[in-house]
Design a protein around this ligand. Structure first.
Ligand SMILES: C[S@@+](CC[C@H](N)C(=O)[O-])C[C@H]1O[C@@H](n2cnc3c(N)ncnc32)[C@H](O)[C@@H]1O
Length: 233
């Protein structure tokens, strides 16, 4: 992967960035996403935010080597603190982190959100708490995508603030649009997770030390939801 050839995962993220956007890519690492989009003429400006020094320097290098310093600003900052009011950001991507981390970044930086930005989020797990935050802050999930690359499943959640919205506990768990679409990759993912949940429940039952009842109930509830989801025609 580089600034020319994105991974399939980042390529699908790129597809949800509106044409001509002013993008803030938070946790940009090498800066491949904003640089690739700018090289294609797909965005008009970008901020690449990084909290850690090594990826910050890598992003600076990618931007410099592509002669894009005038169009892409690389800032070392935590989360949305990389965004300044004058940036006029219209889309924010936060990709390749746990859903809870993305949620914490949004929560810590909500003062920086105007509410007009499209959020393009690619959590690695922890989708449920992230969707919960989105709902609680009036973000509607406008697109969801699930893809499999190198044996891993990746979710992409695109959200815009035009709520209030109300999602059921199952919708927060599975993704409201994915539940409707029921793609083959979606069903495969949940078959895989169901097997895992069933193994977990068996190991809870055999455990020498008692597992907290709340944990058992939560896992049993999730296994029930998944079984019901998969049994629907
Ligand atoms: C696994 S990389 C993902 C890079 C890229 N977004 C992608 O999807 O390929 C996660 C990056 O997020 C950065 N990161 C983690 N927490 C952050 C935060 N609070 N603010 C900015 N960057 C953060 C890390 O330093 C790391 O470079």
């Amino acid at each position: 992967m580089n600034q020319h050839t994105l991974s399939m995962r980042l390529e699908r993220v790129a597809a949800h960035v509106p044409a001509g956007a002013r993008l803030a890519d938070i946790g940009s690492d090498h800066g491949y996403l904003p640089v690739a989009l700018m090289r294609r003429g797909a965005i008009s400006a970008a901020v690449a935010g990084e909290v850690a020094l090594t990826p910050f320097r890598a992003a600076q290098r990618t931007v410099r080597e592509n002669d894009l310093e005038q169009r892409i600003t690389v800032r070392m900052a935590s989360g949305l603190a990389a965004i300044e009011p004058g940036d006029g950001i219209t889309a924010i991507s936060i990709c390749g982190m746990g859903g809870e981390t993305i949620r914490d970044i949004l929560e810590a930086g909500k003062a920086q959100l105007s509410g007009r930005e499209r959020l393009i989020l690619q959590p690695n797990g922890g989708e449920q708490p992230l969707r919960q935050w989105l709902m609680q802050h009036d973000y509607r999930i406008v697109t969801e995508e699930l893809l499999r690359e190198n044996r891993f499943y990746y979710e992409i959640i695109v959200a815009e603030r035009d709520g209030p919205v109300a999602y059921s506990p199952e919708e927060l768990y599975f993704g409201p649009l994915q539940m409707l679409g029921r793609s083959q990759v979606f069903l495969s993912k949940w078959q895989h997770i169901l097997r895992h949940k069933q193994q977990t429940l068996t190991s809870f039952a055999q455990a020498r030390q008692a597992v907290p009842e709340e944990k058992v109930q939560e896992t049993a509830q999730q296994a029930k939801w998944i079984s019901e989801l998969l049994s629907q025609a």
